[in-house]
Design a protein around this ligand. Structure first.
Ligand SMILES: NC(=O)C1=CN([C@@H]2O[C@H](COP(=O)(O)OP(=O)(O)OC[C@H]3O[C@@H](n4cnc5c(N)ncnc54)[C@H](OP(=O)(O)O)[C@@H]3O)[C@@H](O)[C@H]2O)C=CC1
Ligand SMILES: C[C@H]1O[C@H](OP(=O)(O)OP(=O)(O)OC[C@H]2O[C@@H](n3cnc4c(=O)[nH]c(N)nc43)[C@H](O)[C@@H]2O)[C@@H](O)[C@@H](O)C1=O
Length: 337
């Protein structure tokens, strides 16, 4: 396989950075998911020709031997690790064992196979929940492991921290160019609209849409509405991932977000406006709030040369359009009427 010397690295261990060749074999793990799907689409539009995908049915990434055999046969040069057990606050808190086990074993199997079968570069996707619950804001990359985690998603966060540390340790011990990026809360095309398992933004789109159609007078929002969250459109994240894969070779993780946040109440008002729901919002305070705030410090990402493009109102509009187009499939897939 040919490695091309690209532009001088802005950050890296060897003083150089590798750009992905347009015909290089690139494996997108989790390509049917919201993020993997967005990465696949972005790579296609950028002219990458040799894209490798497998569904979980064809390749269960929890199976170490199957993952090793796949890497042995296919020898991908680049890997985007976007396969994971993913969900909102309730799913994280309910399926604690699965969120820890599945995520640990998926990332360990892929990272080890990438090392063993000489993958040139791998990107691991973590999450902003790796930072301590009460860390100072905005969250700098250096705040990792400086305090206790938020309880509802501690198992998922521990698995994600293990993935980061595996990339770092493999870089130290074996010289692997494995990088980690930490996306903030995401939303966009192909999101999960199952009200028990989804994140807040797709849940609100669905709740407001269904209330509008049924003529309901109110919609119930979980928690107090006071926690603050930052949201990045998944297509923007995909662009950032491809950018960082081509430009960044550092050991330290990189935050990916917008650097702007709002309260859940403000978010609910915004989604209600886009969807056209005019009733009242009520707050179910028996449901958990989770972390009070997790605003990303994106100065490192901005210094590298990338900034988000899709602002929240526009992203919600695009997501609602996608929901309307696919809602019949979504209802079937999630089993929620
Ligand atoms: N959504 C968000 O708000 C955020 C997501 N992230 C991270 O981004 C990444 C992608 O998340 P997102 O796209 O939202 O998640 P999705 O749930 O939309 O997609 C996850 C994908 O992982 C695959 N997968 C899960 N388990 C297995 C398995 N055992 N074997 C093979 N494939 C498996 C699924 O494949 P299949 O469809 O074939 O079953 C699915 O397509 C994850 O690492 C997540 O932690 C980080 C921050 C926020
Ligand atoms: C990306 C990130 O996502 C998860 O963390 P989270 O940000 O807390 O997740 P969330 O989107 O589910 O909730 C955000 C806030 O919104 C409130 N909220 C209101 N009403 C609904 C509602 O209807 N559904 C949901 N899910 N939340 C609601 C909810 O109570 C909370 O205060 C991690 O577990 C982990 O997976 C992770 O890394």
């Amino acid at each position: 396989m040919v490695l091309t010397w690209a532009k001088p690295a802005r950050s890296g261990t060897k003083g150089t950075t590798y750009s992905m060749e347009k015909d290089a074999k690139i494996y997108i793990a989790g390509h049917r998911g919201m993020v993997g799907g967005a990465i696949l689409r972005h790579l296609q539009t950028q002219g990458y020709k040799n894209l490798l995908t497998r569904t979980s049915k064809d390749l269960d990434l929890r199976n170490q031997q199957a993952v090793a055999d796949f890497f042995d046969k296919e020898r991908p040069a680049y890997v985007f690790l976007a396969a994971a057990k993913v969900g909102g606050i309730l799913a994280n808190n309910t399926y604690r064992g699965e969120f820890l086990y599945d995520n640990l074993i998926i990332e360990a199997n892929i990272i080890e196979a990438a090392r063993r079968y000489s993958t040139t570069k791998l990107m691991f996707l973590g999450s902003s929940c790796i930072y301590p619950k009460l860390a100072p804001q905005p969250l700098k990359e250096s705040y990792l492991l400086t305090g206790p985690l938020e309880e509802t998603n501690e198992p998922y966060a521990i698995a994600k921290i293990a993935g980061i540390k595996l990339c770092e340790a493999y870089r130290d011990q074996y010289g692997c160019n494995f990088i980690s990026v930490m996306p903030t809360n995401l939303y966009g095309k192909g999101d999960n609209y199952d009200l028990q398992k989804s994140h807040v933004l797709p849940a609100l789109i669905r709740k407001f849409h269904e209330a509008k159609v049924k003529g309901d007078k109110e919609v119930v929002i979980w928690g107090t509405g006071t926690p603050k969250r930052e949201f990045l459109y998944a297509d923007d994240l995909a662009e950032a991932c491809v950018f960082l894969m081509n430009e960044y070779d550092g050991k330290e993780l990189v935050n990916v977000g917008t650097g702007e946040d709002l309260s859940i109440k403000e978010l609910a008002e915004l989604v209600a406006k886009v969807v056209g729901f005019e009733g009242a919002l009520t707050f179910d305070t028996t449901k958990p709030d989770g972390t009070p705030r997790k605003l990303m410090d994106v100065s490192k990402l901005h210094a590298l040369g990338w900034r988000h493009q899709v602002e929240l109102p526009e992203g919600i509009r695009l997501s609602y359009e996608d929901f309307l187009q696919h809602k019949d499939n979504t209802v079937k897939a999630t089993g929620v009427a």
